[in-house]
Design a protein around this ligand. Sequence first.
Ligand SMILES: [Zn+2]
Length: 126
Amino acid sequence: MLYKDGKYLNVCGFKLCGIDFYGRLNQLYCESKCKQAHNNSKSSMVRKLANGSDLKIRKATRIVMDLFKPDNEGKSIIHKVELISRAFPFDLPTTKIKDDRYDGVMFCFGSFCFYQKGEYFIFYKI
Ligand SMILES: [Zn+2]
C-alpha cells in the first residue's frame, strides 16, 4: 500500500471513474460525487432486475392460470404452441424442485411448477 503525506493510495470504487487517489485508508471513492453515483447505479440496477423478473413471473402466472385445466391427477398439459402464441416468458426466473408427482426436476414460479416433455409443458399447482 502506497503511503504519502499521511494518506493512502486508493482506487476510486466508482467504475466509470476508477482513478487513483490519495485518501484515508478505508476511503472507497475519490469524492462524494463518485460515492453517490456508485450507489445510484447499484440501486437502479437492482430495481431493474427485480422488476423485470417480477413482471415475467406475473405474466407467466396470468397465462397459466388462464390455460390451467387440471386432470384428476392435478396436472395440466399445455402445448408449447399455445404458450408461444400467448408470449409466455420462457426465460422467467424459476426455482428447481423435486416433487413426488414427477420423477425429475420441476421448475417453479409463483404457485405453479412445470416440466417439459417434448412439445408439451406439464403444469402442476404447488
Ligand atoms: Zn471517483
